[in-house]
Design a protein around this ligand. Structure first.
Ligand SMILES: NC(=O)c1ccc[n+]([C@@H]2O[C@H](COP(=O)([O-])OP(=O)(O)OC[C@H]3O[C@@H](n4cnc5c(N)ncnc54)[C@H](OP(=O)(O)O)[C@@H]3O)[C@@H](O)[C@H]2O)c1
Length: 288
């Protein structure tokens, strides 16, 4: 059993993945735009992740754009059979690096084909429909039309499983009336717990919840309370933040992002961290 396997696994649709995975967004250039500052380092992160037992990598063709998928292909193709690549569609990048909605049937179809080409795959393992109704987080509105397009692409054999990102509980329920949903990817971490009720509902249904920004995102978590607990355990704050998520619910899958092999190793070691009851109580009190 690898070290990563000790923190457990979960099934995404039909695909078993270790709960400790990796998010590739940080591998693109500054602002998730353009090529990485150090391509060799980016390839090394991907190779080390898989060598360490990571079999769930989160990506998108709008990181770069195209950059992270091309790095994944260069570092890892031909892919191990057990590697699950989860991508997302529904956005595009402006020439000024802005993030723009891309929900028309034509844009979604193009995005699936772009992902297939850049990852060099015949079928995408999991595609998340990333909803972009508001720049400030999930916002209500029907997702029937874009989801129906994605279901059609699945029917054509281009997509194995469908997930959702940046969605409300109402949108998830709407989607489930149209097609099975295997995962939900929303913002959640030790200080931002708006999805607490949703996580529990999805756990009951056997649906994975994959928090983005598990370490706080572009401004990594800074909390004196987290630091105190980390010091008491001889761990780092990032490891404690990840261990807390692993403890929070068995359907939570981790995709911490990093462009550094040292940070990758640190993050993957979070699976070894046991949180005693007093530490857990202190961490539970950190919600903003
Ligand atoms: N669905 C969506 O809308 C959405 C949105 C955002 C992200 N995502 C996905 O979620 C994944 C995770 O999110 P994220 O990468 O944005 O944020 P994150 O995992 O919360 O944090 C990444 C940041 O933390 C730093 N970091 C990582 N490990 C560290 C460590 N051990 N010590 C100190 N700093 C550390 C990284 O810098 P270094 O590079 O220097 O390590 C980077 O600045 C992404 O890779 C992407 O696949 C999805």
């Amino acid at each position: 059993m690898t070290r990563i396997e000790k923190s457990g696994s979960y099934t995404l649709g039909t695909r078993a993945v270790n709960r400790l995975g990796y998010g590739a967004m940080q591998l693109a250039g500054p602002g998730v735009f353009g090529p990485p500052k150090d391509k060799a380092a980016a390839l090394a992160v991907l190779r080390e992740a898989v060598a360490a037992g990571v079999n769930h990598i989160d990506t998108s063709d709008f990181y770069g754009p195209h950059v992270t998928n091309q790095l994944i292909r260069e570092a890892l193709h031909p892919y191990r059979d057990d590697l699950t690549l989860v991508t997302k569609i529904g956005a595009r990048r402006g020439t000024d690096a802005s993030w723009l909605p891309a929900f028309s049937a034509q844009e979604l179809t193009q995005a699936v084909h772009d992902n297939l080409r850049n990852l060099q795959l015949d079928v995408l393992d999991v595609v998340n429909l990333r909803i972009m109704f508001s720049a400030h987080g999930p916002a209500e509105g029907s997702i029937e039309e874009p989801l129906t397009t994605l279901v059609e692409l699945q029917r054509q054999g281009l997509v194995q499983h469908i997930g959702l990102s940046n969605v409300t509980a109402t949108q998830i329920a709407q989607a489930q009336r149209i097609t099975p949903i295997v995962c939900v990817q929303n913002l959640y971490n030790i200080v931002n717990r708006r999805d607490d009720a949703l996580i529990d509902e999805l756990a009951e249904q056997g649906i994975a919840y994959v928090p983005f920004f598990p370490l706080g995102g572009f401004t990594p978590l800074q909390s004196s309370g987290l630091q105190v607990v980390a010091d008491s355990l001889g761990a780092t704050p990032m490891q404690v933040a990840l261990a807390w998520l692993l403890k929070r619910s068995p359907n939570i899958l981790l995709i911490p992002g990093t462009s550094s092999v040292a940070h990758l190793r640190e993050n993957l070691a979070a699976g070894d961290l046991v949180l005693p009851d007093d530490a857990l109580a202190a961490l539970n009190a950190l919600a903003e």
